[in-house]
Each structure stands twice: as C-alpha cells, then as structure tokens.
Design a protein around this ligand. Sequence first.
Ligand code: ATP
Length: 236
Amino acid sequence: MSLLEVKGLKAAYGLVPALHQVDFNVQPGEVVGILGHNGMGKTTLLRAIMGFVKVTGGEITFEGDNLKGLAVNARARKGLGLVPQGRMIFPTLSVRENLESGIATSREPSEPIVEEILELFPRLTRLLDRAGGALSGGEQQLLALARCLCRRPKLMLLDEPTEGIQPSIIDEISDTLKTLTAKQDITIVLVEQNLDFITGLSDRVYAISNGVLDRQIPREQLTDSKAVSEFMGFAA
Ligand SMILES: Nc1ncnc2c1ncn2[C@@H]1O[C@H](COP(=O)(O)OP(=O)(O)OP(=O)(O)O)[C@@H](O)[C@H]1O
C-alpha cells in the first residue's frame, strides 16, 4: 500500500484554480521530488496535503485513510509534517525553545527527543541558546527541519528548503537529509526548483506545470539537466 496517494486533486484560491490535476503516490521510505518553476503550484500542493488549503476535487489518502475533512492538527497526529517555505521558525524563541515547541504537538509527547534529533544537526547544537531570528537563513532552515522532526512525522513535506540559501549550507542540508533517510524510518515529499538538490536526494521525481502533475521524469534523465529542462518544457 502507498503511504500517500493523491488522485485527481484540484484546489483553488476563490475562483482561481491553482491545482488542476495532481496524481502521484509515495511508497513508505521513499524520497519523492516534485520539480517545478515559480507559481506552478508546489506550495499549494503541500499545503493541500497538510490541510491548510481547501481542495475542490479529487482525494488524498494517507496509510489508506481518506484525509477529507481532517483538520491540520489531526493530519499532524496521523504523522504528516510540513516544513514550510520561508521556514516560519519563532524568531524571539531560542533554538532550544523552537525545538521544544515541536515536541509539544508530538505524537509521542513524553519522549526526550531533542537530544536525539540534535545528533543530526551539529551546527544547531552550538547555537542552542541563540534566538531563532539571529540565525542565518541556512541555519533557520536546519532549525525548521529539526523542529519538524521533533514531532516524529512519518511523512515530511519539504517546501523549497534551498530557497535563498548559500550553496555551502545547501550541501549541508542535503547531507543531513541523506543521513536522516539512511538512519530513520521516514518518508519525504520534497518540492523544489533546484535541480541538483532534488535529483541528488530523490528516488523519483515528478514534474509539476501549471497545476498539473501526472508525469514522472524518467530516471535515466535525472542526471542530465538539459534533458530534464526539455522534459518539463522549460527549454527556450
Ligand atoms: N493565497 C493565494 N491567493 C491567491 N492565489 C494564490 C495564493 N497562493 C498562491 N496563489 C496562486 O496559485 C498559483 C500557485 O502558487 P504556489 O505558491 O502554489 O506556486 P509555487 O510553485 O509554490 O511557487 P513558488 O516557487 O514561487 O513558491 C500561483 O498562480 C499563485 O499566484
């Protein structure tokens, strides 16, 4: 059984459609990438899966259960976690407090998991008392990832983790995610426009274009950025 199955999904902002037809599935333990340019519907898709955006058609099932009508909190309790675009960490709370705020809504609230999660994030360990707002963009992204992991999600939805981040920290985020998937039982859906990042991490990559996602990029093309651009219709 797929962990996540999205079928014929549609979503709109008022009368303006943002997702027209989204069909894809994610198997347990996979990293599935969704590649698309600005405004193609990537954020809307992740927010619709998490329950922040109302869907107007189609269905989303998680571990075989239809998520229709379930609020964000209920989806989080089922094991979905979103690391949003722009990170959305608490700027006035310390790094440690940001991490603890993740545990408050954990499925397993009593577990002392901050220390365990920090093993994956040595850079954050050195910054535990610093205010979230005083971190660099890359450090904030690491914090947002770590905070989400403190809730022990089964499926982590990552919205453009490389956006506005220096190349050196992009590599660190990529390495951290690789260590995480090798070490822990977690499944990831990653939306991105950074081709190298997404192809380096993903087992499979789908293309999203103008709110339509129904095509997987052939595996043999994933290492050829020109072929991927052509496949997606990006080429001039
Ligand atoms: N709150 C909103 N109200 C109205 N329209 C919106 C809203 N959010 C997004 N849209 C529109 O929906 C479409 C998809 O936007 P979305 O943010 O999902 O794209 P994206 O692929 O994540 O883009 P980006 O890479 O720039 O974040 C765009 O046309 C966008 O203008």
